[in-house]
Design a protein around this ligand. Sequence first.
Ligand code: NAD
Ligand code: DAU
Length: 337
Amino acid sequence: MEFKKLLVTGGAGFIGGHFVKLALKKHPNLEIINLDLLTYAGNLENLSELKEHKRHKFVKGNILDRSLVSELLAQGCDGVVNFAAESHVDRSITGPDAFIQTNIVGTQKLLEASRKASVKRFLQISTDEVYGTLGDTGEFSEETPLAPNSPYSASKASADLICRAYHHTYNMDVVVTRCSNNYGPNQFPEKLIPLMINNARAEKSLPVYGDGLNVRDWIYVEDHCQGVLDVLMKGKSGEVYNIGSDNEWPNIEIVKKLLNLLDKPQSLITFVKDRPGHDRRYAIDSSKIKRELGWKPSYDFETGLKKTVQWYLENDKWLSGVLDGSYMEYYQKQYSN
Ligand code: NAD
Ligand code: DAU
């Protein structure tokens, strides 16, 4: 399937930003309208290389704004990729409301506007967290029942179910991707890897939740984005595709690796109170996307992690700008009506 113009939402965030850059590079005729609310997690510095790009148009706005979304779709969009979300589990525990609004209601509003606009395909970016948690063995497949445990994952699972309903009821072309933990440049420093890099550099303690033995399955962000492109262009309508790198690590091992790469002492590690309802282990079976669409990850963990650490070391200004909120303030003002 080919697209002339995509509406990408959340494209000023971590993964959405990488996706927009990759899609424009790989598809020389593709145009993108990038709709993003510029919350604390959205940052136009992530897209600085696209400032003068003729095929990229940024619009500051909310996916909950149905008339804005319809107006943008009417500008010739034939596909929608929905990255926009509240994405951080800890924030969903302290304040779930925004997760329900953006992740559930926002997705439904986008689906409805897309249906009315008769777009060719709607791609929902979901997560492996919708499957819940695993014991010491096994992996999530696309058939694993949904069993989300946090307000974040419950909101993402709800959105997946609404996508499913739009496909079945209205025969709309909807596809869903469920990826594991991403890492790479431009990730907001509230997530494990950039938070630990940032603290280690400042020689502040590294807060490891619980016993540090929770396991996550890490994928380099560009590998995820390539998987999303493959599903968008070649995936089968109504299907779900898992995306992962077969790269499981207990959190404590990741933190130790980062300290080694940064040449900082292991004594900075501090075990702190566990996250409430903390999922123990995620592991994802991505054989379907490999088998059916020919996707495979291209980064090994050592290379990806080194590249990520290097990026943070070279991008002090980006880090301080997101941490003190100055980018957010600047871009919010630039785009205020
Ligand atoms: P992020 O928090 O870095 O970015 C989210 C973006 O969405 C931000 O730019 C924000 O401004 C924007 N946004 C938030 N609410 C909005 C709204 N109401 N209207 C328009 N824009 C809004 O998130 P991320 O880590 O890049 O995740 C992107 C997507 O991928 C999310 O849907 C997330 O659930 C999913 N996902 C993330 C991971 C991961 O490891 N980070 C893994 C699998 C899936
Ligand atoms: O699995 C995909 C999901 O991965 C995405 O859907 C989410 O959007 C994304 O935020 C991520 O969720 P996690 O909760 O797994 O990521 P986080 O980086 O917050 O935490 C990773 C692990 O590290 C988790 O077991 C909690 C632990 N942790 C996290 C932080 C921030 C710590 O031990 N200390 C910390 O300070």
